[in-house]
Ligand binder design. Structure first.
Ligand SMILES: [Zn+2]
Length: 305
């Protein structure tokens, strides 16, 4: 049975956000080190850049031009959290194309699932603007591509990052072919993602957790609500916005998950869509906890069904 691909390239580390920015190239170094130490020997596959057509399925031309100008021409971008340098442009295109590479590998039967270990992350990026460390919405671009190519009629997206996946929710809010579920801390950045936001076709669900919530609340919500809901939707593929910032050591969050919980969550969702999963790295800012949690996640992805 084919295994797990790690979609990665060095350009992802050249997106330089400056000193003391939590979303730094050190995150990918910590993940690579942890995978090596845990002897996680899944093969690395280099992504291809997203095309303009791929980007335009989720973003306006104005947004794409503004990001390019901010990266390549140093034009100031109106979001102080979202820092860009010249190398960010190529990193952003590769990060946006990496899920499509993963999808092609899974469709060809070369791999069962994939973990996209790229940056910048994506789930906060809106059609018209970059925000919260995210330039393009990598997971939404992949979901659009899957449907456009006829590779999937229905796509399930589960976002277990600490923060609400606002960009992804907005991309598919009234679209009954994509079911989006986000679990997140509230109150917390970006301040969106309420339980009453169900979308026109009841294909949008938000679960909010107060600071200091028990890990069991996360686990029970995924097992008791997210998994049955997404299974009943009968998706052709499951996409994960895999953020690891609900870890108890994370400097941006106030949740209490341990690294092992990320393995547990992965095993709970693995059978949705017959095991066809593309997981996208989103947040996770404590380097040690991030490395450990990703190793747990990828090991669980690699286990035979
Ligand atoms: Zn996050």
């Amino acid at each position: 049975m084919p295994g797990t691909a790690l979609i990665y390239c060095e350009e992802a580390t050249l997106h330089d956000t400056g000193d003391n920015h939590p979303e730094s190239p050190l995150r990918l170094e910590a993940i690579r080190r942890a995978l090596q130490e845990c002897k996680v020997n899944a093969p690395y596959v280099r992504p291809e850049s997203a095309t303009m057509e791929d980007l335009l399925r989720n973003h306006s031309q104005e947004h794409i031009d503004a990001v390019r100008a901010a990266c390549l021409d140093g034009v100031e971008y109106p979001d102080p959290d979202t820092v860009m340098c010249p190398a960010s442009w190529e990193a952003a295109l590769l990060s946006a194309g990496a899920g499509i590479m993963a999808a092609n590998l899974i469709l060809d039967g070369q791999f069962e699932n994939a973990f996209v270990m790229m940056r910048p992350p994506g789930h906060h990026a809106e059609a018209e603007r970059a925000m919260g460390f995210c330039l393009f919405n990598n997971i939404a671009i992949t979901a659009h591509w899957l449907r456009e190519m006829g590779a999937a009629k229905r796509v399930a997206i589960l976002d277990f990052d600490l923060h609400h996946g606002n960009g992804t929710q907005h991309a598919f809010y009234d679209d009954d072919t994509v079911f989006f579920i986000s679990l997140h801390e509230y109150p917390q950045y970006p301040g969106t993602g309420f339980p009453y936001e169900l979308g026109k076709n009841n294909t949008n669900l938000n679960f909010q957790f107060a600071p200091g919530s028990s890990p069991m609340l996360w686990i029970n919500t995924i097992e008791g609500q997210a998994v049955p809901t997404l299974t009943a939707f009968a998706p052709d593929i499951l996409l994960l916005s895999a953020g690891f910032d609900a870890h108890r050591l994370d400097p941006l969050g106030n949740q209490l998950l341990e690294s092992e919980h990320y393995g547990q969550i992965t095993r709970m969702v693995k059978h949705i869509a017959g095991g066809r999963i593309i997981s996208f790295l989103e947040g996770g800012y404590h380097l040690g906890a991030l490395g450990e949690s990703v190793a747990e996640h990828v090991q669980a992805l690699m286990e035979s069904p």
